[in-house]
Write a protein that binds this ligand. Structure first.
Ligand code: SAH
Length: 342
């Protein structure tokens, strides 16, 4: 395990075994979470300890391979090269309510959603906790902007990398580290029901987002293979259980695909389906992916869909699309880079 995947109590235990006091562990932990790229930067740590740590616990920070932006709206996208040569992307978005980073949780993805660029080459491997943390730390450092929110909506399915993601949440939340509030972290899933239940048990105050993208099994089956394992009613039941366990309202993401899931009938069916569930729907005009046959809904169709939901008593917002001019959506930069370097 990389030292940066360890919690502070774990590092304290490690230092104790090395015959070092706990305050040294706290110092090193602080440096690591501020983005020290080597132990040499840790000037208040004795040279002999720095050398021992460097030998036993290499830091392995990611390298920036590509940086795009800032786009007109301030969005910056990073493509990082990890220790083993794999690449993942991170997006920094500037919202009124705070700078937000969207991080990747896996290299590739095995969920196979038909409209998504991240899943094209399948799953290569899952990210370690420190590799998720580093995306936040080094984006903050490079951009020189304080980051107050994190969304787990980049490449990968976070609940398919459950233990590492949970450890990442603990690390990101730690007051001696980034100190991010759980309420400022959102986790998005395509709908792995057993993992949603497992997450509910932890009673974290994070926001749960569900990629719904359709009001029924017929439509979800067409675009999301996961629906065949966990059909929509099972998924929504899990969302109800999640709300009961945590008191947190569930967010639904709904990518609007022309003539597939954007009709008035779909909106009405969605209303019926979500009745009684405290929910918020985020309508996302589909980002066109070159390899996919799906097209974004028209502006009119999105507006009509939103109106029907609102009239039915469900809050629905249309996600402002950021960074469209810099390939800043869902695995696009990684797949472009892979094509160029094939
Ligand atoms: N695997 C997780 C999180 C990563 S994707 C999940 O499925 O939720 C983050 C969001 O972007 C998901 O809602 C996903 O369905 C959506 N998405 C993927 N490709 C898209 C595209 N081309 N246009 C719009 N949204 C897309």
């Amino acid at each position: 395990m990389n030292i940066k995947s360890k919690t502070l109590p774990e590092i304290c235990a490690l230092f104790k075994d090395m015959g070092e006091p706990a305050f040294r562990a706290r110092q090193v932990y602080g440096w690591l979470h501020k983005g020290a790229r080597s132990y040499e930067e840790m000037t208040n740590i004795p040279q002999s300890l720095r050398a021992r740590l460097a030998e036993q616990w290499p830091i392995c920070p990611p390298e920036v391979v590509r940086k795009q932006g800032p786009s007109k709206d301030g969005t910056i996208k990073y493509l990082w090269r990890l220790q083993d040569g794999n690449c993942v992307e991170t997006v920094l978005m500037r919202y009124r309510y705070g700078n937000t980073v969207c991080i990747s949780t896996e290299v590739g993805c095995r969920m196979g959603c038909a409209f998504c660029a991240s899943t094209l080459g399948g799953l290569v491997r899952r990210l370690e906790p420190y590799e998720m943390l580093d995306q936040v730390i080094f984006t903050q450092l490079d951009a020189g902007l304080p980051i107050s929110r994190v969304v787990l909506m980049g490449i990968g399915e976070p609940l398919d990398n459950f233990d590492n993601v949970l450890r990442f949440l603990e690390l990101a939340n730690s007051p001696e580290g980034l100190g991010l509030s759980m309420r400022h972290i959102s986790l998005s899933t395509c709908g792995l029901v057993p993992k949603i239940d497992e997450l509910a048990k932890r009673k974290l105050q994070i926001s749960l987002a569900i990629s719904l993208h359709g009001p029924n099994d017929q439509i979800r089956d067409q675009i999301m293979p996961v629906n065949r394992a966990y059909p929509i009613e099972e998924l929504l039941s899990a969302c109800r259980r999640y709300f009961e366990a945590t008191g947190r309202r569930v967010h639904f993401e709904y990518a609007m695909i022309r003539d597939l899931n954007d009709t008035q009938e779909c909106a009405r069916e969605l209303l019926r389906r979500l009745r009684g569930l405290p929910a918020h729907i985020n309508l996302i005009p589909l980002n066109h992916v070159q390899e996919s046959p799906f097209k974004p809904s028209t502006r009119e169709a999105v507006a009509r869909f939103q109106r029907i939901l609102e009239e039915g008593g469900i809050t629905a917002t249309v996600r402002r699309s950021l960074g469209g001019d810099i390939d800043a959506s869902c695995g696009q930069l990684r797949s472009k880079y892979a094509k160029e370097n094939r």
